[in-house]
Design a binder for this molecule. Structure first.
Ligand code: SAH
Length: 276
């Protein structure tokens, strides 16, 4: 894929780069989940999403990506997209009028129903991204993601477009692009056929509210460490019990919050089996 491309999802798209640039829209592939990303740095996409399984699924049209460059919507000769914070203080804020125009463009061919098409601002103030959220996004027709920069975006644009804020975690990034890619990755791998037959989303961390059991592969002994014998026993029932027990142990040790929620869901006492 060339750097100039702004859309991905099928190979012929680069041939129509110019006209589509003018129209500002990407032809939609039927049934393909689509991510529209509003960003000052469209060349950061698809980034890591272009690799491996997500990349393959993208080129096969199982999902689509469209970037909407904020810069052309900027003000004046210099295409300014930001200005100083009202009330003073450090840094710059992305202007509501500029971001608004990009979001109007994004919603020209998308449903207004936020269940069908969530509009998300990646932001440290948002709800932390979870597997349940990724599952909700994967069930939608697509998503529009707004990547902030500098001190963030003018609050009015968040209100006007009924935007939900989603955070990657309790830390501050320089921009929303990495967070957007993380959200897209977590979502796209839940779309049927993206992972193929060899990978399963059913047994992995969080799917049942537990962290995943430890994984091993050959060699059977490495650095004097052997693979737990049970995994080599061929006893599927016992292996599955062991994995469940390990998942519970890890979750209890590392994530008391998840453990309590899991116990509540399964009617169990979170303090059972406590070592005296
Ligand atoms: N002044 C803001 C931080 C701005 S960081 C504050 O204190 O809340 C610049 C941009 O990076 C944000 O607009 C947001 O889009 C992105 N960003 C930073 N941290 C993030 C996080 N934890 N999750 C998602 N996006 C984040």
């Amino acid at each position: 894929m060339t750097k100039l491309q702004k859309s991905y999802g099928r190979k012929t798209i680069s041939a129509t780069l110019k006209p589509r640039d003018l129209m500002g829209e990407t032809p939609r592939l039927k049934g393909a989940w689509m991510a529209k990303v509003v960003t000052l740095f469209p060349s950061a996409f698809p980034g890591v999403l272009g690799e491996s399984l997500t990349g393959k699924a993208l080129s096969e049209g199982l999902w689509q990506l469209e970037t909407i460059d904020l810069r052309p919507f900027g003000e004046g000769r210099h295409k300014n997209v930001d200005n100083t914070p009202s009330g003073g203080g450090a840094g710059m804020v992305l202007r509501a009028d500029v971001v608004g125009m990009a979001l109007y463009q994004a919603q020209r061919d998308t449903p207004n129903d936020r269940d069908k098409w969530p509009v998300v601002y990646l932001s440290p103030r948002g709800k932390p991204l979870t597997q349940a959220m990724a599952q909700r996004f994967a069930k939608a027709d697509g998503i529009t993601l707004l990547c902030g920069r500098f001190e963030g975006v003018d609050e009015r644009v968040i209100e006007e477009f009924a935007i939900e804020e989603v955070s990657l975690g309790d830390f501050v990034l320089t921009g929303g692009e990495i967070a957007a890619q993380a959200l897209i990755d977590a979502t796209v791998r839940l779309i049927p056929r993206v992972l193929g037959n060899h990978e399963s989303t059913e047994e992995e961390s969080f799917s049942d509210g537990l962290l995943e059991h430890p994984q091993y592969t050959r060699p059977t002994v490495w650095a004097d460490r052997a693979i737990p014998e049970i995994l080599l026993s061929g006893h599927h029932g016992k292996i599955s019990d062991w994995r469940k027990a390990m998942a519970e142990k890890l979750t209890k040790e590392r994530r008391p919050d998840l453990w309590r929620a899991y116990c509540a869901k399964h009617d169990r006492d979170p303090n059972e089996d406590q070592e005296q």
